[in-house]
Design a binder for this molecule. Sequence first.
Ligand code: NDP
Length: 253
Amino acid sequence: MFDLSGKVALITGGNGGIGLGMARGLAKAGSNIVIAARNQAKSEIAAEELRGIGAKVQCLPVDVADEQSVKDMTAAALAEFGRIDCLIANAGISIRRPPQELAADEWKTVLDTNLNGPFYCAQAVYPAMKAQGGGKVITIGSMASIFGLPFAAAYASTKGGIVQFTRVLATAWAKDNIQVNSVLPGWIDTELTQTARTQVGGLHERVEDRTPAGRWGNPGDFEGIAVFLAGSGSDFVTGTAIPVDGGYSVMGG
Ligand code: NDP
């Protein structure tokens, strides 16, 4: 149920943070990996680590905000491996400003990456998944899929939207044996939130105080959910939004 031997997972933003955490889990379960991101040097370092686990790894340059770039990435992955069993549409960015100060082009940049990107990626892998008889798509939401954050107008809008997009894909592609689920990370220690902690005063302590687990998450916390959602153990699980948050989203009071 958790054996991914011979499978191929394509992970956007797989060269660091949560994406690399998921890649490690999948590689340990036997999957081959395609890492797709903008920074090829960073991707190559991540790839070497994953090869050490035993995975065949391909590194592909992509800007997920560019539809043609996503098409090229998908074609190159299929040329190398002949199949894509799992897409993890993970690449994401945030621009933190109060909504009244966010420039229109900043709003568009975040939407292009976080919402249009997963749309292009899902559309690009669909024909191969359908032809091979099934597949798994994992999108990445956020606590901002559930809660408002005063500094995250565009980001939270994309993360709410990605959950709805996930539900739509799940309903549309169930007939093709493609399961589509979203993971909602809590507050995770990555480059994204290292910047946030320098920009948003008191954030580090507030997260620790509010999270029942009493700590920030780390990329290793995403290995297990990736293996579950990429494997046959989740074949009747689709359209969900699963928090991986140390209890943040259920903390009352
Ligand atoms: P990181 O900044 O560590 O990773 C982001 C990744 O996305 C990088 O690998 C980056 O690679 C890639 N990326 C960014 N823009 C593009 C682009 N246009 N095209 C291709 N790749 C791109 O952040 P996280 O690991 O924290 O974030 C991963 C996902 O998890 C995001 O969707 C984020 O919103 C989400 N998330 C994170 C949380 C956290 O607390 N950390 C909480 C909730 C959600 P490169 O620069 O090489 O392109």
